[in-house]
Design a binder for this molecule. Structure first.
Ligand code: SER
Length: 882
């Protein structure tokens, strides 16, 4: 029975029993605690933990898995693989032990027709329930039931997470596969007892402290090794002879000319290459790239081990891409992502093989020389320095040195190696401190850089170019293709798109391939030398490896260039007008405008600003050529090119010069002649901090529009005032004067209105102490001036001796007191009286002895304040008489 048929029959068997058939998930797990998907249950972890409620309670999958914990055993046993397919059925709080056990047994013995007499079942020592189901429900004889400890029959996915006791179904391959030791029985590490199926009764969650907590529900997680079952059904001795793996193994034999089964050591190499080829093909297919960290490093190791064992088999040329093809052909139907990503996988594997071949060549030479020397000297241990040099300078992973040493019968001083590594880490830390902290490059960009090198920027010369799409990144992961509607980052081997840098914004435009088109929304540099195009696929799809046309939005780029050259002109003009201290502190160059920050100690006068603007415009009108060239930093400094303060420059720098006038170190794109800028208008100038000013300006069409908008404003004003533009200033001056006149007139009218009030509009209250007339009233809404005038007039017209007025306005109350000369002579003071009255209102006042104003708040107390004034006058006058 072919593997494909086993796969289908398994899924079908469980589908008929109410299971949802779910696709294999990616090898990159959606789980930060795990580097690679290593079991079928990984994608269901949130369901087991009860974090997410699934739409279904039963599922079945055929899951691609990678496990490298036993990598050293691969090729040396019949059953160990780094890549394998795991068939599984899962219950999320639905059925439990009985169904799981019965179905597994039925599937193997009835569906697959395995001989029950060759099977053993193991259970966890304390799991009486499972034991009884096997014995009493399934009817497995007791001598085929084995109780084992935690080591074998308690499954967990790692140090934390869901786990539980398990039960395994084991197939006895027969004595001839055994190790022959007397203690060889179920659980023995040799090839005789093959663990086919693991049934996990998942009921605990293990926390960081190692404590077990019951899960919200009891679950089933099973895993049946497809290759192992196939080996039994196909009657072959090892996984490597089952149909899918055999195809790869045969290809390795063909490529190397080595026959399988003739020599034990070369068999190991054949098997390693076959196994690893499947693993790296699937890993790259899921978007993992070779790197020096985490899963990228596992991938790199697998590829490199395959290369090395290929060399051991005598393959002396690039060969892994051919094995990728075989894997894609045998597995592509079940895993269509392999077919879709074939070109991508091929190119990644190829470049890693090429790179490693180089490493291997120089490393092996060095290693052999070291070994020769040791032999002569009679040493038995490869020194740490040799391993360190191999690692640090020649890129040899330690495992490789270890393996080579073993092959040569030498020990390896790993402690010495570690000590040197630690020293080096220390040096790196110190160097980092010295340079100041710079943000680490995100891993994915480091990987793109490492695999494809820097992006060649061709945008100084052109705005459209042909290139190759070398990588696609979506949500931080390398992918092989992107289709309509998706937002991705594109990486090209060469590109005319300027990636944001030195204040100049990134380009926008289009990237087109034969099969699709993406709109580039922005271009930036996530790492030095790397240009990323942030883009949305608008039509069809883009596939890694495609030849593409890259086209920058030309209009927009031109506008940006005008503004960029204009900042250089402004910089120059500012230094001419203000002095050499006016240095660039920052800039932003966009298509619509430019922003230029510089050091200066005071606001620019209007005249200074005009001189700057005029000088910049003169340089534009005189149409100077703009040139750029790369030269050494020393030379650039010697010709006084302006460098930015605090900026780090390499040995080679790019100088942008405007004729003989301005020279700056700059990586940006510029107009060819200043005349292209057309026009420059400063639109604002202001402070952005101590001794730091900012100018905003526009150029070209934007500058023209800016002036035109202002012109229109003036014209609109002139129209509104019914004069022509030239008459506008005079008209405005006349209007201002008229306004002044009208204000005077208004005051006069107000006073007249007040007089009318004084003449009779107010109902005064009168008090007559000592025969004199004291008048007081509340009159709302008067200010201090009006109060004074009212008091003055009333005093005169009514021949009164004293006037007091309170004027509430909102919560505030204004007060005035006016006294006749007799009362002042009698010793009274308007100031004192107003202050006393104002005190009632919680306020104060002041003025002259005959006239004072004040105020406070609380309109309900205004009457009381007025009566107090009157009472005070009476007290003084009558007291004097008495
Ligand atoms: N998770 C269990 C295993 O990996 C059963 O699928 O063995």
């Amino acid at each position: 029975m072919k593997s494909a048929e086993i796969r289908t029959r398994f899924l079908e068997y469980f589908r008929e029993r109410g299971h949802r058939v779910v696709k294999s998930s990616s090898l990159i797990p959606d789980d930060p605690t795990l580097l690679l998907t290593n079991a079928g249950m990984v994608q269901f972890k949130p369901y087991f933990l009860g974090l997410v409620k699934p739409e279904f309670t039963r599922a079945t999958t055929c899951q691609k898995c990678v496990r490298t914990t036993d990598i050293e055993k691969v090729g040396r046993t019949a059953r160990h693989l780094t890549f394998f397919e795991m068939l599984g059925n899962f219950s999320f709080g639905d059925y439990y032990k009985k169904e799981a056990i019965l179905w597994a047994w039925e599937f193997l013995t009835v569906e697959m027709g395995l001989d029950p007499n060759r099977m053993y079942c193991s259970v966890f020592r304390e799991d009486e329930e499972a034991y009884l189901i096997w014995r009493d429900v399934v009817g497995v004889p007791e001598d085929r039931l084995v109780r084992l400890g935690e080591e074998d029959n308690f499954w967990d996915m790692g140090t934390t997470g869901p786990c539980g006791p398990c039960s395994e179904i084991i197939y006895d391959l027969g004595q001839e596969f055994g190790c022959g030791k007397p203690e060889c029985r179920v659980g023995c590490d040799c090839d005789r007892y093959l663990e086919l199926w693991n049934l996990v009764f998942m009921q605990f969650d293990r926390d960081e402290k190692g404590e077990l907590h019951p899960l919200p529900a009891k679950n089933i997680d099973t895993g049946l090794g497809l290759e192992r079952l196939a080996s039994v059904l196909q009657g072959v001795a090892t996984n490597f002879e089952t149909d899918n793996l055999a195809a790869v193994l045969e290809a390795v034999c063909r490529l190397s000319g080595v026959r399988y089964g003739e020599d034990e050591e070369s068999d190991v190499s054949l098997k390693i290459v076959a196994d690893h080829s499947r693993a790296f093909t699937f890993m790259v297919g899921d978007g993992i790239l070779p790197s020096n960290e985490d899963r990228g490093y596992i991938l790199r190791r697998l590829i490199r081990r395959a290369v090395r064992h290929g060399r051991l088999l005598g393959i002396d040329r690039l060969f892994l891409p051919e094995l990728v093809d075989v894997v894609v052909e045998t597995m592509g139907e079940a895993y269509p992502e392999l077919q879709q990503n074939r070109a991508f996988i091929n190119s990644i594997v190829r470049s890693e093989e090429e790179r490693f071949t180089q490493t291997l060549r120089s490393g092996l030479t060095y290693f052999r020389q070291a070994v020769e020397k040791l032999r002569v000297e009679g040493g038995r241990t490869i020194p740490g320095e040799v391993a360190f040099h191999l690692h640090d300078t020649l890129g040899f992973p330690l495992e490789l040195t270890r393996e080579l040493a073993r092959e040569e019968g030498f020990a390896l001083d790993e402690e010495g190696f570690e000590a040197l590594m630690e020293e080096q880490r220390e040096r790196a830390r110190a160097a980092r401190l010295e340079e100041g902290y710079s943000a680490p490059i995100q891993e994915i960009y480091a990987e793109v850089l490492e695999n494809f090198g820097e992006s060649e920027f061709t945008g100084y010369e052109t705005v459209s170019d042909h290139g190759r799409l070398v990588a696609l990144v979506r949500e931080g992961r390398a992918v092989a293709q992107a289709s309509e509607g998706e937002e991705v980052e594109l990486f090209l081997d060469r590109t005319p798109f300027y990636g944001e840098m030195g204040g100049q914004v990134g380009d926008t435009g289009f990237v087109r391939s034969p099969s699709g088109e993406a709109r580039v929304l922005d271009a930036y540099r996530p790492a030095k030398g790397l240009i990323s195009h942030r883009a949305r696929v608008e039509r069809g799809k883009l596939v890694v490896g495609d030849a593409v046309d890259a086209e920058v939005d030309q209009e927009r780029r031109r506008a940006v260039q005008r503004n960029h050259t204009a900042t250089h002109l402004l910089h120059y003009a500012l230094r001419q007008v203000l002095g050499e201290h006016a240095k660039q502190a920052g800039s932003l160059v966009e298509p619509q405008r430019l922003r230029f920050d510089f050091t200066h100690y005071a606001p620019l006068t209007r005249e200074e600003l005009h001189r700057v603007e005029e000088l910049a415009n003169r340089l534009i009108i005189e149409d100077y050529p703009v040139r750029a060239y790369v030269t050494t930093y020393e030379y650039a400094v010697s010709i006084n090119a302006v460098a930015l303060f605090g900026e780090k420059y390499g040995d080679y720098v790019r100088v942008v010069e405007v004729d003989e006038i301005s020279r700056e170190l700059c990586g940006g794109t510029h107009v060819a002649r200043t005349g292209e800028i057309g026009l420059l208008a400063v639109v604002s100038e202001g402070s952005i901090g101590a001794n730091m000013r900012r100018i905003e300006a526009v150029t070209g069409t934007e500058a023209y529009r800016y002036f035109r908008r202002r012109m229109e404003m003036l014209e609109d004003m002139a129209n509104a005032l019914r004069v022509d533009l030239d008459g506008l200033p005079q008209r405005v001056e006349r209007l201002r004067q008229r306004v002044r006149e009208l204000e005077v007139e208004l005051r006069r009218k107000e006073r007249e209105g007040m007089a009318a009030l004084a003449d009779g509009g107010i109902s005064w209250q009168e008090d007559r102490p000592a025969g004199m007339s004291v008048l007081y009233a509340e009159v709302p809404g008067l200010d201090a001036q009006a109060l004074r005038e009212l008091a003055e007039r009333t005093l005169a017209r009514r021949k009164a001796a004293a006037i007091a007025v309170a004027s509430p306005e909102g919560e505030k109350v204004g007060l005035v007191v006016a006294l006749s000369p007799q009362l002042v002579d009698a010793g009274l003071s308007a100031v004192e009286l107003v202050r006393k009255a104002a005190a009632v209102l919680g306020g104060g006042g002041g003025g002259r002895p005959d006239m004072a104003v004040g105020g406070g708040s609380g309109r309900e107390k205004a009457g009381e304040a007025l009566r107090l004034v009157s009472a005070e006058i009476r007290r003084t006058l009558e007291g004097a008489h008495a």
